[in-house]
Design a binder for this molecule. Structure first.
Ligand SMILES: Nc1ncnc2c1ncn2[C@@H]1O[C@H](COP(=O)(O)OP(=O)(O)OP(=O)(O)O)[C@@H](O)[C@H]1O
Length: 231
């Protein structure tokens, strides 16, 4: 059983074929990681799933076709998207950022239980939060409402090592509740969180299987990602 199926996904941008028949599935629990060198199309894959860039092929959420629908419709079907730049409203407070994310009943207890810092900093302007705190806010926003799947793009990018650990802890707890398709370059975080891995290369799926299996094979990891799995 899967929660998301991507089949033969093609995306062209500015006349370039960025995704070339990408096919993979996301398990209904835990973390599936989407890996690949810079520029292979990881972000584009997430953006196509939520309809922010046009694509052809098929994408289904719990069996229902979503490709070709408008972004707000796709989001309402239960996909929470946390883009790479986090997109918090810097001029608004933490509480206001959360309120904007409300869509039906909002589970503030869950969000403040996972991220007590957000409660403490409710009145603080989001633009003055640290990078890690902004990431917690971006995660808090998608957890406020019931989602069937989260798409999270490079949540640890640019964060200090200690904060990377905090965000990874938070993601681990998040993934106990809702399946996650995660783009993540930090292999220590991948090793810790991901059960399944999908590796893109030049707009195609180059490898898929167990994340542990991939990371245990230093040569394979190096050939696919250009980095050592222990580095
Ligand atoms: N709007 C666009 N117009 C033209 N090319 C684009 C556009 N958006 C992305 N691209 C190109 O598509 C390719 C894939 O980009 P994408 O951001 O999906 O890669 P990525 O795997 O997420 O990379 P990174 O790990 O560096 O974030 C890149 O070559 C990028 O330059």
């Amino acid at each position: 059983m899967t929660i998301l199926d991507v089949s033969g996904l093609d995306v062209s941008l500015s006349g370039l074929r960025i995704l070339q028949g990408v096919s993979f599935a996301v398990a209904p629990t835990g973390v599936t990681v989407l890996l690949g060198r810079n520029g292979v199309g990881k972000t584009t894959t997430l953006r196509a799933i939520v309809g922010l860039v046009p694509g052809t092929g098929a994408v289904t959420l719990a069996g229902e076709r979503i490709l070709g629908r408008r972004t707000h419709e796709i989001i309402r079907k239960g996909i929470g998207y946390v883009p790479e730049d986090r997109c918090v409203f810097g001029g608004l407070t933490v509480a206001e950022n959360l309120r904007l994310a409300e869509r039906g009943p909002a589970d503030y207890d869950l969000v403040f239980d996972l991220f007590p810092e957000l409660k403490k900093r409710s009145a603080q302007r989001a633009g003055t939060l640290s990078g890690g705190q902004q990431q917690m806010l971006a995660l808090g926003r998608v957890l406020l409402v019931t989602n069937r799947l989260l798409l999270i793009d490079e949540p640890t990018k640019g964060l200090a090592p200690k904060v990377v650990t905090e965000v990874a802890d938070a993601l681990g707890r998040v993934a106990e509740r809702v399946p996650v398709l995660l783009v993540e370059q930090n292999l220590a975080v991948v090793r810790r969180l991901a059960a399944d891995a999908v590796v893109l290369a030049a707009g195609k799926v180059a490898w898929q299987g167990g994340a542990r299996e991939l990371l245990a094979d230093a040569e394979l990891t190096k050939s696919l990602l250009g980095v050592g799995s222990h580095g």
